[in-house]
Write a new protein. Structure first.
Length: 269
């Protein structure tokens, strides 16, 4: 981080150099998990805009301006908020929108595949918002909780993790979800495929997973979908899982290790 008179240059996780007013006073977050991080860093006043999917912390996000969705920005609204920093993510936001925003505002982008990537993101976001102490406390808490997570793998140990229904989509390799499945101790049966492929029931049956995980987000799976997936492959155990624990890569990770420990116990029962 190169310090200047009221500005500095930060390198984001896509390798871009971003010149930022220091400290930023008007921040827009384009990603729910990073929105929660900003509030946990104590930036209640500095956050001026969020997406309609930013739901945590509930008591604070309701008072903030909404700038559209993660993949459909309201550019007029964003311009009216006059941000001096916008924080986004390569996977969750859309390239065309980010390119347009970069023409007018400093945009810092994250790119997350592992827990270490998450910690690096949180460290740099804390630095560029002048909240280094708070950021380090969050990172230390997350690392400590994951260091205590049981190393005993789940038996049986293969899983298909569904994120969407009709079309049916799963999390595959090169995703943060796949990394977290490894942390839990289960093997992703679609690890040979890329990102978030569409699959059909026949493909699911061919992979013969021991577990079928139905995520609570982005599609809101619930127990009413269990029978549907049991028909696809009756031998698998269908489990509803908290999608925030598997895919939110910000400060919500403080709660993930405890959730994973409880999930591992339930799967091994």
């Amino acid at each position: 981080m190169e310090k200047h008179v009221n500005t500095f240059t930060s390198i984001d996780q896509l390798g871009n150099k971003i010149k930022i007013s220091f400290p930023p006073k008007r921040i827009i977050s384009l990603v729910p998990s990073q929105t929660e991080l900003l509030f946990d860093l104590g930036l209640d006043e500095e956050v001026v805009g969020i997406t309609r999917f930013c739901i945590h912390p509930k008591e604070k996000v309701k008072s903030k301006a909404t700038i559209g969705g993660t993949k459909n920005f309201d550019f007029k609204k964003i311009k009216s908020l006059q941000p001096d920093l916008i924080i986004g993510n390569k996977e969750e936001n859309y390239e065309e929108g980010i390119i347009e925003l970069k023409k007018h505002f400093p945009v810092w982008m994250s790119d997350i595949f592992t827990l270490e990537d998450s910690c690096k993101m949180m460290n740099e976001v804390a630095r560029i918002t002048y909240r280094e102490k708070q950021g380090q406390e969050i990172i230390d808490e997350i690392k400590s909780s994951f260091s205590k997570l049981s190393t005993v793998n789940c038996q049986p140990s293969t899983v298909a993790y569904f994120i969407w229904r009709k079309p049916y989509m799963v999390a595959a390799k090169n995703t943060f979800i796949d990394f977290m499945l490894h942390v839990v101790g289960v093997k992703n049966v679609f690890k040979d495929l890329e990102r978030y492929p569409e699959i059909n029931p026949a493909q699911l049956a061919e992979r013969k997973p021991d577990f079928i995980f139905l995520s609570s987000e982005p599609y809101s799976f619930s127990e009413k979908h269990f029978d549907e997936f049991k028909e696809f492959y009756p031998k698998a155990k269908v489990v509803l899982v908290d999608g925030e624990m598997f895919s939110w890569f910000g400060s919500r990770l403080k709660y993930a290790a405890k959730y994973f420990e409880e999930l591992k116990q339930a799967l091994n029962a």
